[in-house]
Design a protein around this ligand. Structure first.
Ligand SMILES: *Cc1c(COP(=O)(O)O)cnc(C)c1O
Length: 377
């Protein structure tokens, strides 16, 4: 049972849809699948623009954003308060951008005022982009995208490029309404699909920047994907069987509806957090900025690797560990994508049993706290 922040669980209907012989990707039959999934992706991303599907993981979508809409030497601000923010700094530097890092400690949200200050000081409009990780999966912090975006809009020139890898599909991101320029996400997170596909959408403003951008690109040249999408096609051989799965997964999501999907993730986040508190385990992200996709826990008095090992070996539940300097100090419970109240309750009760087995004296019951929250809907 995958309770990690990706790969996430995949419904059986989706798995079965993929268990077929591939079909030709230039056939009329496949073209119809592209047309339908593209429409449903637009619905999910709340945009009228194409959502382009790449045969890449989430990282590939942010690399694509950088090389398609920017040029070497461009000044960019990268928000960094975790592993993924740090990765976008590395990519931007690898392509010779002039990177200015606005950082916060791991576990602390980015301060939108820090970004505002930098943007306001840039009176000759040299900053070409602000790159933000919305849900920082390494820490469970949800950065305040809406406020940061308002500051970017006030600047006027800079694009906002968003890693929405674990927030798209778990949190309301009205892409067109907020005027977000570039959004990247990945199939193995909120999409109820296996790994293998990355999704990118770009605003008209970003496409205008594309015309002037000079970084070299070929396979990840988004212009090619856009042109192909206009004709319900793809520039290169797409992961055909993943498209079969995506067709079913997106139908399921449409049936549930955006509001219910977001409410379910909020409910699971709050149930998980209430349970951790009841069990006497310290949460890493503050309540005000907690990711709807992942709950990070930094227990002071219990061995996290022992928790993970008992959860895995006795209950067959996979929890993620901490990354980098939080290795051995943190465990992370994913509740993203195809996750039900039953799954959350099951993971919490297994965690409670694990703590009992370890002799940890919990001040309260996690199951009680979680079920109280889940009952409220
Ligand atoms: C998973 C993830 C990514 C992408 O990682 P890949 O391994 O390239 O799919 C990017 N950002 C965040 C916040 C993630 O959680």
């Amino acid at each position: 049972m995958l309770m990690i922040p990706g790969p996430t669980p995949v419904p059986e209907t989706v798995l079965l849809a993929m268990a077929k012989h591939p079909i030709g990707h230039r056939s009329g039959e496949f073209s119809q699948i592209i047309a339908e999934t593209n429409e449903n992706l637009k619905w999910l991303f709340q945009t009228k623009n194409h959502v382009l599907t790449l045969a890449a993981s989430g990282t590939g979508t942010i690399e694509a954003a950088i090389i398609n809409f920017l040029s070497a030497g461009d000044r960019v601000i990268v928000g960094s308060n975790g592993k993924f923010g740090e990765r976008w700094v590395q990519i931007a530097k690898a392509y010779g951008l002039d990177v200015q890092i606005v950082s916060a400690e791991w576990g602390v949200p980015l301060n939108p005022d820090d970004i505002k200050k930098e943007l306001e000081a840039d009176t000759d409009k040299q900053i070409k982009a602000v790159i933000i990780t919305h849900s920082e999966t390494s820490t469970g912090v949800l950065n305040d995208l809406e406020t940061i975006n308002k500051h970017v809009k006030a600047h006027g020139e800079a694009l906002i490029i968003v890693d929405a890898v674990t927030s798209l599909g778990s949190y309301n991101i009205p892409v067109d309404e907020w005027g977000l320029d570039v959004i990247g996400s990945g199939s193995q997170k909120g999409f109820m699909l296996p790994p293998g596909m990355g999704f990118v959408t770009a605003s008209d403003k970003a496409w205008a920047a594309y015309e002037k951008a000079t970084l070299p690109k070929f396979y990840l040249d988004l212009g090619k994907y856009k042109k192909a999408a206009d004709k319900d096609s793809t520039p290169f051989t797409p992961p055909v069987n993943l498209y079969f799965g995506m067709k079913v997964a997106l139908e399921m999501m449409r049936k549930e509806g955006l509001e219910k999907i977001f409410a379910r993730h909020t409910r699971h986040k709050e149930a998980a957090r209430a349970a951790m508190k009841a069990l006497g385990l310290e949460l890493f992200a503050p309540d005000s900025h907690a990711s709807p996709a992942i709950t990070s826990v930094v227990p002071k008095s219990v061995d996290v690797e022992k928790i993970r090992s008992i959860m895995k070996n006795r209950f067959d539940i996979a929890l993620a560990g901490g990354q980098d300097h939080y290795k051995g100090k943190m465990f992370r419970m994913g509740h993203l994508g195809f996750v039900s109240d039953r799954d959350v309750l099951c993971a919490i009760s297994a965690l409670e049993a694990t703590l009992r087995e370890m002799g940890h004296k919990s001040p309260g019951s996690g199951v009680e706290a979680a079920s109280d929250r889940l009952r409220q809907g």
